[in-house]
Design a protein around this ligand. Structure first.
Ligand code: PXG
Length: 303
């Protein structure tokens, strides 16, 4: 779809993309003062919409930004924007910024938050990488800990992650692993990380300084259903190099195998059986649950 034809939700109205404009005085633009969610819809249903909105409201509470809509209204804003664009599979970006103010930091000068919903398609990585697996590198840039800016707040401050992405680009890597100040591996640039060791699952704990990804939580629940032992515990690069399997999770990435790290093959350098089983479970689960976009049957209108 041409970008100009996209319908964007802007402060309560659907407007064509070329009219969806934000003020240069918006503190989201001036200071990164705001929060967001990346959400997916599969087969006409919005996946884990309530969980995404709960996280958004938690972020808003932490930064004292009052969202001028309730949860039910935001659910309809998300579903309505997907509907307005005739999509059944979609990637949705919901952004709430502090809104326009003056040239000082003070958020009390911003009485009207800006609320935007964009619904489009996304393919984060080329399809063959899901079959073959990603190569990773560890990077020098660190994920700041929860004592700096708590990563639980999904804020518009992604410069740290972008710096890591720049390191990835400079090395020709599709994705990289970030460590925290203790040297524990915590996340990719926009994904959570999992290892498989001796048939058991490992992922960094929330208090290591990560975003508690919705996909991460779904994978932990699916793994539990499959009878896998899951450890939410710290690990380091040695553990990545010597793991049997590694994969990343995120709304945009879904579940993607990682088969190399810093020049070492992880396991046998191929996506492993546990990653494949979880990917299959995730695929089935994500297509059979969620908030219906086109009515209770969850059926897509022929747009
Ligand atoms: N960690 C971080 C730092 C993230 O930004 C995740 C983990 C995964 O969380 P969910 O809830 O999506 O399972 C994210 C996801 C991208 C992109 O292009 C990803 C995110 C935000 C913006 C862009 O991959 N967030």
């Amino acid at each position: 779809m041409e970008e100009a034809e996209l319908q964007i939700f802007m402060n309560g109205e659907l407007v064509p993309a070329n009219q969806a404009k934000v003020s240069v005085f918006d503190h989201g633009f001036l200071y990164g003062d705001g929060i967001f969610e990346g959400i997916r819809a599969y087969a006409g249903r919005v996946f884990k919409l309530e969980e995404h909105l709960d996280r958004l409201f938690d972020s808003s509470k932490a930064i004292m930004l009052t969202i001028p809509y309730g949860k039910a209204e935001l659910m309809e804003a998300v579903a309505g924007t997907i509907r307005a664009n005739g999509l059944t599979d979609a990637y949705v970006r919901l952004v709430v910024s502090r809104g326009p103010g003056d040239l000082g930091l003070d958020p009390t000068k911003c009485p009207h938050p800006t609320v935007v919903v964009i619904a489009d398609r996304i393919a984060l990585y080329p399809a063959d990488l899901y079959q073959k697996g990603l190569s990773l590198a560890s990077v020098a840039i660190r994920r700041p800990g929860g004592d700096v800016l708590n990563p639980a707040v999904k804020s518009l401050n992604y410069l740290n992650n972008i710096m890591a992405k720049i390191e990835a680009n400079l090395r020709g890597m599709p994705e990289v692993l970030l460590m925290n100040n203790q040297g524990y591996v915590v996340e990719g640039t926009g994904d959570n990380v999992f290892l498989v060791r001796h048939g058991e699952l490992w992922t960094p704990p929330v208090n290591a300084g990560i975003l508690n990804g919705i996909t991460r939580q779904v994978v932990l629940a699916l793994a539990d259903d499959l009878g896998l032992v899951c450890h939410e515990d710290n690990f380091n690069l040695f553990d990545v190099y010597t793991a049997d399997e590694c994969f990343l999770t995120g709304t945009a990435a879904e579940i993607i195998p990682a088969v190399w790290c810093d020049g070492r093959a992880i396991g046998n350098g191929q996506p492993g059986p546990v990653t494949q089983r979880l990917s299959q479970s995730f695929y089935e689960y994500s297509r059979t649950t969620g908030y219906p976009v086109y009515g209770s049957a969850g059926q897509a209108a022929t747009a």
